[in-house]
Design a protein around this ligand. Structure first.
Ligand code: ADP
Ligand code: ZN
Length: 611
């Protein structure tokens, strides 16, 4: 007997406490309930996990979830148990006793969901056991990891195609948040899902206001400004290096911002503590490398700032996507520079990969900077990148709000390109600008004799620097990092020639100064909806009391607070002040399991606040 969508909705309501399916959830679940394999691409926060959790609970047998990260599994299993779902995980952190117990529960058919890593799954003992266990489905989370065309290839994911042969009768569901068209095709190929349905949701995140600006000067001054303009908000700041993370966090603390540093160089215990602090504190700021994030489902992050740019548009969307998961307004702000782009190319060049893969990865870098430095709506550019058609401008990114004007700078570009050519690519940007202005200190006879020496007095030094940046982003110049003393050389020969001939025009963005995620007064831009939780002042103290209760619960159970209840749910309780179990049960996020477990305690807290 195939379970119906009505039954699935019933589980959604009773177990998870949500009134309705969202987006493509119902379609994906219908497919899997019918025993068919599928691939689903849903944006971060789109509710991917329910797409396999609910069918696993309704179909007979064990639902196997393959996930790349222990932190991800730990969180999901903890959250499922809170809702009364029979879930377990087997990973390298699980001791022998617990492992035995999990095996036993599996043998007795008691488990609905089992989380494993790809390596764990492929162990002969594990495969052996699973072959003897009736299974409801196999879910492959973060499925983009299977593709080398994606942005986060993991060789151990490659083996997962074998699940098709090993478990031919078990439906498989591949889910991911970010995959462009080519990566999607590759996933289906690798995981043998070519004949299966593909569900691709819109990549729109209307709650996110995006902006990007070129870095000005070295250091983190701009980041400090941005953070100071957003007091008491929870934020994540990504920096490119561990060292950068440590320094930035320290600077922020110097300004009284409760900033925490997080990167893979820190002790595991320290990382765990800081993660817990970040999840619990109001307005905490996490400064981190990309080691932080996957699986961190903190719903009320109000901004993500890239102090250094991400590695690709996929990474951008995933990292920025950690803001505003509760659906309330949030911001994504990216700082980027031509030097970052040069390093990105260089890193790809130094990796052990086939040339074709390198070329694809290099294109991803180009597309990222094309979007960051571009003059069209950012959200629309990202969505087009993921293959969406007929996308309208978002109306709230920096480009939409103040479209950058551009002036024709073809002639100046010709001069700069000629100068680089004459100077033989042996100098950096500073020297190039001095050369154009004729201001080089003690120029050699060779240099002073070049026809390009001092031909560019029409621009200020800053004007020339902006133009050089522009030419770098356009690929007309390229930068060789040269171990920290970058040299400027000519870019693609055909393109450069087209500029010389005047066939290709070069536009220079004018209002780089005005392009700003904060207004000049340093205050955040006016938004239509105020960013943050909507708890009226009158209910604030009840909200805080509920949070304090949750903090104690979380601490005594050693789970993150949001697996008990999300802020959103607590806010709704503070607002509606339910006095009966029945009323409490109607709040979104309160399922039967949690009602039974926490109902009385929550009603007790509320009681203290109703007259
Ligand atoms: P992701 O797609 O990023 O993995 P999750 O599966 O973690 O997203 O879900 C994101 C959040 O949305 C979770 O807190 C989950 O409880 C919530 N959620 C999922 N589906 C629904 C729904 N139908 N209605 C309300 N909230 C939902
Ligand atoms: Zn826009």
């Amino acid at each position: 007997m195939t379970a119906s969508l009505d039954e699935a909705r019933d589980v959604l309501r009773r177990t998870f406490g949500h009134p309705e399916f969202r987006g493509l959830q119902a379609q994906v679940i219908t497919e899997v309930l019918a025993g068919r394999s599928a691939m689903a691409v849903l944006p971060t926060g789109g509710g991917k996990s329910l797409c396999y959790q609910i069918p696993a609970m309704l179909r007979p047998g064990l639902g196997l979830v393959i996930s790349p990260l222990i932190a991800l599994m730990t969180d999901q299993v903890a959250a499922l148990r809170q809702s009364g779902v029979a879930a377990a995980r087997l990973d390298s952190n699980i001791d022998q006793t617990e492992r035995q117990e999990t095996w036993a529960r599996m043998d007795r058919g008691e488990l609905d969901l089992l989380y494993v890593s790809p390596e764990g799954l492929m162990q002969p003992a594990m495969l052996d056991r699973l072959r003897r266990t009736p299974m409801s489905l196999i879910a492959i989370d973060e499925a983009h990891c299977v593709s080398q065309w994606g942005h986060d290839f993991r060789p151990e994911y490659r083996m997962l195609g074998r699940t098709a042969d090993i478990f031919p009768d078990v439906p498989r569901l591949a889910v991911t948040a970010t995959a462009d068209a080519r990566t999607r095709e590759d996933i289906r190929n690798e995981l043998r899902l070519l004949d299966s349905a593909e569900f691709v949701a819109s990549f729109a995140r209307p709650e996110l206001a995006l902006s990007a600006e070129r870095k000005k000067g070295a250091g983190h001054k701009r980041v400090l400004e941005l953070v100071e303009a957003r007091p008491d908000r929870s934020g994540v700041i990504y920096a490119g290096s561990r060292d950068g993370v440590d320094r930035l966090a320290e600077q922020l603390r110097g300004f009284g911002v409760p900033a925490l540093a997080y990167h893979a160089g820190l002790d595991k215990q320290v990382r765990t503590e800081r993660l817990e602090q970040f999840l619990e504190a109001d307005g905490a700021v996490m400064v981190a490398t990309i080691a932080f994030g996957m699986g961190v489902d903190k719903p009320d992050v109000r901004y993500v700032i890239h102090a250094d740019p991400p590695a690709s548009i996929e990474a951008y969307w995933q990292e920025i996507g950690r803001a505003g998961r509760d659906g309330d307004p949030a911001e994504g702000i990216t700082l980027y520079g031509a030097a970052d782009m040069a390093w990105a190319y260089r890193r790809i060049d130094g990796r052990e990969m086939e040339d074709e893969v390198k070329a694809v990865q290099a294109r991803k870098v180009r597309q990222l900077y094309g979007m960051l430095d571009g003059t069209s709506c950012r959200a629309a550019a990202v969505r087009r990148y993921f293959g969406e058609e007929g996308v309208a401008a978002c109306g709230q990114c920096d480009v939409c709000l103040s479209p950058p004007a551009s002036v024709d700078a073809t002639e100046a570009a010709q001069k700069a390109l000629a100068a680089v050519h004459r100077m033989g690519g042996r100098f950096g940007r500073g020297r190039l600008v001095e050369h154009l202005l004729g201001k080089t200190k003690d120029p050699s006879d060779f240099e002073a004799g070049l026809s390009t020496f001092g031909i560019g007095r029409e621009f200020s030094p800053q004007g020339w620097r902006d133009l050089v940046d522009q030419l770098l982003f356009d690929g007309l110049l390229k930068e060789d990092p040269n171990d920290g003393r970058p040299l400027i050389g000519l870019g693609a020969a055909d393109d450069v020639r087209a500029v010389y001939r005047g066939e290709r025009r070069v536009g220079l963005r004018q209002d780089l100064e005005a392009h700003d995620a904060t207004t000049r007064s340093g205050r955040p831009r006016k938004r239509t909806r105020e960013a943050g939780m909507a708890v009226p002042p009158a209910d604030q103290s009840l909200f805080e009391a509920l949070r304090a209760w949750r903090r104690d619960q979380a601490a005594s159970q050693h789970v993150p607070p949001y697996v008990i209840f999300h802020d959103r749910t607590l806010a709704e309780i503070a607002l509606s002040k339910p006095v009966s179990t029945h009323a409490l049960g109607t709040v979104s996020g309160v399922g039967e399991g949690k009602l039974a477990r926490y109902g009385e305690a929550v009603l007790g807290v509320v009681k203290g606040f109703v007259a």
